[in-house]
Design a protein around this ligand. Structure first.
Ligand code: ADP
Ligand code: MG
Length: 231
C-alpha cells in the first residue's frame, strides 16, 4: 500500500507522523477521528474554527512534541472565535517557552468530541511476531490498573471481541451504575481496521490512539500517533 503521507515523511527523514498526518492515514483505513485543519496564523485559526463550529479544540503540531498537553499545546472547550485566536497565541507561546528548539508546523483546529468512555488502542510491531494489537481503558486508569489486552494480527472478529471482553474494567463499557453501554461493535470495527492497516503497511512500527471516546453509538479517536520504522 503506497501512501503520500508516509512517502513525504520518509523524504524528510522523519519517523514520527504528526497528529493530522496520523489521523488522515487512519481515516483512509476506516478509523473515525476528529480530523483537523492545519493552520499557521491566528487569522487562519479563526477562519478554520468558524468553519468547524464551536466548541473547537486547538493543538500544537510539531514533529518534536510527542506529549502535546505536557507543553501547553492543547486547548479544549474554545467557545468562540476570540477564544480560537487567544488559544492560537497561547499554544505558540507555551510551546516556545517549554521547548525553545521545537520545530513548529502550526496548529490543528478540530471539532470537540462529546465526552465518552475513554479507551486506548494501539499497535506495536514485534520484530519476530509482527503487529501486536492492544486495547484498554484510557485515562489515568490505564497506567494505574494496567488493564489492557493484546493479540497478534491479523485479528478475527472473535479475537477483537475477546480483547474487548477480557479487560477487567469491562463493566465500565457494558453499562455501570446506570450509565449506557458503549458501542462494542464500533470498537471491534476500529480494532479490525487497525489490524488490517498494520498488516498492509509493514513500515508502520507503532500506532497509538489515545484516547478514543466510546459512545452508546459509535466511537472516535481524538488523538493519534503513527511511528514509522527507522528503515
Ligand atoms: P496529548 O496526548 O499529546 O497530550 P491529546 O490530543 O490526547 O494530546 O489531548 C489531550 C486531551 O485533550 C485528550 O486526552 C482529551 O481528553 C482532550 N482532547 C483532545 N482532543 C480532543 C477533541 N477533539 N475533542 C475532545 N477532547 C479532546
Ligand atoms: Mg493523547
Amino acid at each position: 500500500m503506497t501512501s503520500a503521507i508516509i512517502e513525504r515523511a520518509r523524504g524528510e527523514q522523519r519517523t514520527l507522523l504528526t497528529e493530522p498526518e496520523s489521523k488522515q492515514l487512519l481515516e483512509q483505513a476506516g478509523i473515525p477521528t476528529t480530523g483537523g485543519t492545519l493552520v499557521r496564523s491566528e487569522d487562519e485559526a479563526a477562519a478554520a474554527a468558524d468553519a468547524v463550529g464551536y466548541p473547537v479544540v486547538l493543538k500544537i503540531v510539531s514533529p518534536d512534541v510527542v506529549h502535546k498537553s505536557d507543553v501547553g499545546g492543547v486547548v479544549v472547550g474554545i467557545p468562540d472565535v476570540a477564544g480560537a485566536r487567544a488559544a492560537f497565541r497561547s499554544i505558540n507561546d507555551a510551546v516556545r517557552a517549554a521547548m525553545p528548539s521545537a520545530r513548529m508546523d502550526g496548529v490543528t483546529v478540530q471539532r470537540q468530541a462529546q465526552p465518552g468512555v475513554e479507551v486506548i488502542m494501539g499497535m506495536n510491531r514485534d520484530p519476530q511476531f509482527g503487529p501486536l494489537l492492544m486495547f484498554g481503558l484510557g485515562g489515568v486508569l490505564v497506567e494505574l490498573l494496567e488493564d489492557v489486552a493484546f493479540r497478534l494480527a491479523p485479528l478475527t472478529r472473535r479475537d477483537a471481541d475477546q480483547m474487548i471482553r477480557e479487560i477487567k474494567c469491562l463493566p465500565v463499557l457494558t453499562g455501570f451504575r446506570g450509565s449506557p453501554p458503549a458501542d462494542l461493535e464500533a470498537l471491534r470495527g476500529m480494532l479490525l481496521a487497525l489490524s488490517a492497516f498494520a498488516d498492509g503497511n509493514p513500515d508502520v512500527e507503532q500506532i497509538d490512539l489515545n484516547p478514543v471516546f466510546a459512545y452508546p453509538n459509535g466511537a472516535v479517536a481524538v488523538d493519534a500517533r503513527v511511528v514509522l520504522s527507522p528503515g
